[in-house]
Structures are given as C-alpha cells and as structure tokens.
Design a protein around this ligand. Structure first.
Ligand SMILES: Cc1cc2nc3c(=O)[nH]c(=O)nc-3n(C[C@H](O)[C@H](O)[C@H](O)COP(=O)(O)O)c2cc1C
Length: 256
C-alpha cells in the first residue's frame, strides 16, 4: 500500500518539481517496470475503498484520437460516472503522476484521446482518462517554482492563514491549466469547490472537472500529511459558504 508516511512524503516532494512531459524515448520500459507500475497503481490510496477503479497499461495502437504526448506506454483509468467515483479515481491517478515523477520517469495527463473498442471498458468499468508515461526525452523536472504558470494564492483561496498548506494545491496540474479550484473554510476544515463550466466548457471538458477535483484533493491531502495535520477527507451534507459559480466537492479535516 502507498500509505506509509515516507512514501507519501516522497510524493509530496515531487509536487514542487513535477511537470507534464510530452516527449518520450521510443524504447519500451522493461516488463518488470510495467509490472511495478500496475502494482503501485492498484496500491494507491482511495478516498473511499467502496468506489471501484481499474487500471490498465496500454500501448499507442490501442488509443484513438490525437495524442499530444507520444509514448510507448499509457496508464488508462476506468471508473463509473458520478462525482464521488470520478473524483476518487483521479485522486488515485494523481498519486501515480507524482510517483512517476518521483521515480525519474515522465508522465502527462491526457483527457482528450479515447480507447479503441477492445479497451473501452475494463472490469466492467468505462474508460475515463489516462496518463502517458515513460523514460523522458526532455527535462522532466522543473528547476524552480518560478517555472510554474499558476494563479496566485488569493485567487484560489479565502484563507490566507492556510497559505503554507495551500501552496501544494496552487502548484497542481489541471485540464488546460484552468486551475478551477477555490478553497474556503477555517483552521480545522478546508472546503474544496470547483468552478462550474459554461455551455462551451461542458462540451470541451466534459467530466474533466472531476479529474481536476481529485488532483486538488490529492495535493491537499499530501500537504496536510506532510504538515502532520491531516485528519480525514469527507463530504459535508450542508457545507457553508460555497462561492457563487462554484460547486462544493469535499472537505479536508485538519487536526487543530
Ligand atoms: C484532467 C487533465 C486532462 C489533461 N489533458 C491533456 C491533454 O489531452 N493533452 C495535453 O497535452 N495535456 C493535457 N493535460 C495537461 C495539462 O495541460 C497540464 O497539466 C497543465 O497545463 C499544467 O502544466 P504542468 O502539468 O506541466 O504543470 C491534462 C491535465 C489534466 C489534469
């Protein structure tokens, strides 16, 4: 399981240098490495263990559509629809994005391409999204925080006192780098909200806001574990103060 704190700390450290890698060496990785990728993916931490996901390592010929990151390998993610299921699935896949980075491999989320018929479903679950991964053929790490193109903290949070914890969220990747998140709350609860899509956004990005939400929660979770203040992630029934134009997703409870 990826639950030991030193492994989570390794993933946390990768947040400050990870980047999307879109150029890969053409030679396939060794079969033992691909086996390890499958093992680690299955061992990622879930938001809720009752929500099913499946992972599959696939090859370029099994993918349909334009692929902006050509690699010998892709890690495809499968899950049912719905807010909880898709957010949980992305929460797990982001652990893999950070794991690839921590291992010295490259990776890149790919929301646009689709699967061929034979891989449209896995274990009875539909395909959602995938990560390209492999040996990088370009620099796979950022040299400094200045290389991140991101919003400033006040644009994504109403909690200046939590800036230390929220920096990991600020650096998180998102579809088209839209950074659709906003955090409200107080010293013991961080509430994650995701911007609603307009008509065009819905057509262009579909379910990708759930991926963005899962990624955001993964970074908030690792940040709170790093700070020694993580208590739980839950969905409140009547969350207060959801900003206009946003939907409430989850809360991260913190130890005082
Ligand atoms: C859900 C999701 C879908 C994405 N889809 C694509 C894609 O189809 N093609 C692509 O080149 N990058 C894709 N990206 C990568 C983003 O463009 C990238 O994460 C963002 O621009 C931030 O850059 P960084 O990852 O280098 O920090 C996707 C990212 C996410 C989170």
């Amino acid at each position: 399981m990826m639950v030991e704190n030193n492994e989570l700390e390794r993933l946390y450290q990768a947040i400050s240098w990870r980047k999307s890698v879109r150029k890969y060496r053409p030679e396939p990785l060794a079969p033992e490495v691909l086996q390890e990728v499958r093992r680690v993916a299955c061992a990622t931490t879930a938001l809720d263990d009752s929500l099913a996901v499946a992972f599959s390592v696939v090859s370029p010929h099994q993918i349909k559509g334009l692929v902006s990151a050509k690699s010998p390998h892709y890690l495809a993610l499968y899950a049912k629809g719905g807010l909880e299921s898709l957010t949980n699935a992305a929460f797990r896949l982001q652990q893999m994005d950070l794991w690839f980075s921590a291992q010295g491999y490259g990776s890149c989320w790919l929301g646009m391409p689709n699967m061929t018929q034979e891989l449209a479903a896995c274990d009875g679950l539909p395909f959602v999204v995938m990560l390209a991964f492999g040996a990088p053929a370009e620099e796979a790490k950022r040299g400094s925080l200045a290389e991140f193109k991101r919003k400033a903290l006040p644009a994504i949070s109403t909690l200046p006192e939590a800036d230390g914890l929220l920096e990991a969220l600020r650096l998180a990747p998102s579809a088209s780098n839209r950074q659709p998140w906003k955090v409200t709350g107080d010293a013991t609860t961080l509430r994650l909200h995701i911007k609603q899509d307009g008509f065009v956004g819905k057509r262009l990005f579909g379910a990708m806001r759930y991926s963005d939400a899962g990624i955001a929660l993964c970074h908030l979770w690792l940040s709170a574990v790093h700070a020694g203040t993580f208590a739980a992630i839950n969905r409140e029934v009547s969350p207060p103060d959801t900003p206009e134009g946003y939907d409430y997703f989850y809360s991260v409870a913190l130890e005082p």
